[in-house]
Design a protein around this ligand. Structure first.
Ligand SMILES: NC(=O)c1ccc[n+]([C@@H]2O[C@H](COP(=O)([O-])OP(=O)(O)OC[C@H]3O[C@@H](n4cnc5c(N)ncnc54)[C@H](O)[C@@H]3O)[C@@H](O)[C@H]2O)c1
Ligand SMILES: *[C@@H]1O[C@H](CO)[C@@H](O)[C@H](O)[C@H]1NC(C)=O
Ligand SMILES: *[C@H]1O[C@@H](CO)[C@H](O)[C@@H](O)[C@@H]1NC(C)=O
Length: 264
């Protein structure tokens, strides 16, 4: 009887220790391991050398470890973007604003969004930061939110990566904007503030705006915000605008699978 009791205490004790080690301690080990594993899966296709993903990780963490998480400017990621620049695909670049989900449903197998690039796919949906004076440590909780301060590690990363992605875009590009919103081309969006400003005439030939609407159509191609977008494009970049419903887009994509049939 006593033996069985001792045994139970021992098992319970071990379970608690295992739990404590697994759950509490290595959040950062998991984040780093996931980063490198996801990077390797993509790098394998690009035939990168064996240290590539570890090098990318070092460049990544240098941007924010040991720093105040409200004082990481976009330039902190300059080195990272030079180690792992986005690879542009001519006539296949897809931008989005207020249409994240449908953009990624449409891009599968054909178009390239920022989240289809190596860094974008590794970091999409993730949260990370450092803390002042904590050298070589990554935190994944207790990080400032998107609007808590401007220069957060996460927001600055997306600003910097978006700038780079837009700067290399070539050929005929597409942006999916939200036609169920009053202002589809929102002046405060990353697309308006960063990506449009970085488009290069001579590289980019045209930008097709695809206004995606749910059942309720709020804005059409005549909307004044789209006129502003047209005017912001540098001379040499042709502007085109199309209206399409989300259901038509998704049905067309389903019917044509991964091919690059134009659904707008
Ligand atoms: N994958 C990403 O998380 C991401 C983030 C920013 C920018 N981008 C790039 O820029 C364009 C999209 O940016 P956008 O600003 O035009 O579109 P958007 O307004 O839809 O915002 C894009 C993303 O930024 C984050 N975000 C924006 N405002 C936020 C808030 N108030 N609180 C919390 N999160 C917030 C969300 O993750 C959102 O999905 C795309 O073309 C893409 O290349 C990607
Ligand atoms: C457009 O924005 C609305 C409101 O934010 C959202 O509910 C809807 O899903 C968006 N439409 C698309 C196609 O993403
Ligand atoms: C679209 O344009 C903006 C100006 O940039 C106006 O503020 C919006 O009211 C307009 N939207 C619609 C539905 O007309």
């Amino acid at each position: 009887m006593m033996d069985r009791f001792k045994c139970c205490v021992l098992v319970a004790g071990c379970a608690i220790i295992v739990l404590a080690v697994v759950v509490v301690e290595p959040v950062m080990v998991t984040f780093k391991a996931t980063f490198i594993k996801d990077c390797k899966r993509i790098a394998a296709k690009d035939r990168r050398n064996s240290t590539y993903c570890v090098d990318v990780w070092s460049a990544f963490e240098k941007a924010y470890v040991g720093r105040d998480p409200c004082q990481v400017p976009p330039e902190a990621y300059d080195h990272l973007l030079s180690v792992a620049p986005p690879q542009p695909m001519r006539n296949r670049m897809l931008f989005w604003s207020g249409t994240k989900e449908v953009a990624h449903q449409v891009s599968v197998g054909c178009y390239q969004t920022l989240e289809d690039t190596m860094l974008g796919s590794v970091l999409d949906g993730k949260v990370w930061c450092g803390k002042k004076g904590r050298k070589s440590k990554t935190f994944t909780s207790g990080c400032p939110g998107w609007t808590e301060c401007v220069n957060t590690p996460v927001r600055s990363f997306w600003s910097r990566a978006s700038a780079e992605f837009a700067a290399v875009a070539c050929g005929d590009a597409v942006v999916l904007l939200n036609g169920s919103r009053d202002t589809p081309f929102s002046p405060t969006s990353t697309f308006a503030k960063i990506e449009v400003q970085k488009f290069k005439p001579g590289k980019m030939k045209s930008l097709t705006v695809v206004l995606v609407t749910k059942d309720k159509v709020v804005a059409n191609c005549e909307n004044a915000s789209l006129n502003k977008l047209k005017k912001q494009l540098k001379p040499g970049i042709k502007y085109i605008c199309k209206e399409v419903t989300e259901s038509k887009l998704i049905k067309c994509k389903k019917d044509h699978g991964k091919s690059c049939v134009v659904c707008w």
